[in-house]
Ligand binder design. Structure first.
Ligand SMILES: [Fe+2]
Ligand SMILES: [Fe+2]
Length: 334
């Protein structure tokens, strides 16, 4: 039977020793994957601790859940389905990721161990470029001197000859059509034509260029990491054969400076997988690696599915009447 400490060892081995193994390890600055992220808003920073964040190393683990971000839904699903250990890609903080309460009380109640593995997992595999149809020959994780500004430049895979090939390959890999079918089914069953879902709303799409345009060399960026139009211009100067920009994890929208620059430079511009699909890009490989390391454990994927529902179409008629009556009677404090 595997224990929590075995899960930590497996995570450490699959990242080549990047996890925190000793409590003094993370405070001493020895581990470069212990990173504090802050927008300089007092009290809102988060320190990533690759490895075990909460849990008894000697506790037995029979079932592991791999998720992207911990939420109250993740914790409730884990507890209700016999999960012993949650492994989250994105780092978590007290209250913010634990339904407004302390992780030790919430996880303690359900006897759940909790691990996080974010920057320590990044850069361990070439999966995201592969899914987006290219093989990188240049990678920078701090492009322009900005920490975490990941840029890859790669040659298109042999099967990717046009912009349309790239889009179709990506859609096929993540089964975008299934998400579209699930959304239409949900809209029909819930009698809500206005219902939206992330994977469909933020699907891969071509923003500049035509499907038949050839693709030979791809500049792959992640707009939320701080890349600028000047960076894109420099990347083009350094890679004169680049003909296509792919933005993934985050997308861009009309008016964005990166899009304007791509148009000016005559580049194709595609939005690839959004952040909502990172569970496939990083979560699924991590889950397979864990199952290989700990074959006695069941490993499940927690896939988040976020929907937006027009207020007058949410829930049952009774719950809408409840919401209206509470709002009317109690919420305007005059
Ligand atoms: Fe990530
Ligand atoms: Fe992410």
């Amino acid at each position: 039977m595997a224990k929590v400490k075995d899960v930590l060892q497996a995570l450490d081995e699959l990242t080549g020793g990047r996890c925190v193994k000793d409590p003094t390890d993370w405070s001493s600055g020895k581990n470069r994957f212990v990173v504090t992220k802050t927008s300089n808003i007092p009290g809102k920073s988060c320190t990533e601790i690759p490895g075990l964040v909460w849990g008894d190393p000697e506790m037995e683990v029979r079932k592991i859940a791999v998720c992207m971000t911990v939420t109250e839904s993740v914790i409730e699903l884990a507890a209700a389905t016999g999960v012993n250990a949650i492994i989250s890609h994105h780092p978590a903080c007290d209250a913010a990721n634990f339904g407004g309460v302390l992780m030790k009380t919430y996880l303690g109640l359900y006897h759940l161990a909790f691990f996080e593995l974010h920057e320590a997992l990044h850069g361990t595999h070439p999966g995201i470029p592969f899914l987006h149809g290219h093989k990188p020959f240049f990678t920078d994780v701090n492009y322009g001197g900005i920490p975490g500004n990941v840029v890859n430049v790669g040659n298109a895979l042999p099967e990717v000859k046009t912009v349309g090939d790239l889009l179709d390959r990506l859609d096929g890999l993540i089964d975008a059509d299934m998400d579209r079918r699930m959304l239409s089914l949900e809209r029909r069953e819930r009698h809500s034509d206005g219902l939206q879902e992330t994977a469909v709303a933020a699907c891969a799409k071509i923003l500049v260029g035509r499907r038949e345009n050839p693709v030979k060399q791809i500049i792959h960026i992640h707009p939320h990491c701080g890349i600028t139009a000047a960076h894109l211009e420099q990347l083009c100067r350094d890679n004169p054969d680049a003909d296509t920009v792919v933005a993934s994890i985050s997308h861009v929208y009309p008016g964005n400076e990166l899009l304007c620059k791509a148009e000016e430079l005559g580049l194709n511009f595609l939005c690839g997988n959004s952040h909502a699909l990172e569970i496939f890009e990083n979560g699924v490989p991590l889950a397979y690696a864990l199952r290989k390391a700990l074959p006695e454990c069941e490993v499940v994927i927690f896939r988040e599915r976020q929907t937006a529902i027009p207020l007058d179409e949410v829930g049952s008629p009774a719950i809408r009447a409840y919401g209206q009556s509470i709002a009317d009677q109690y919420l305007p404090k005059k």
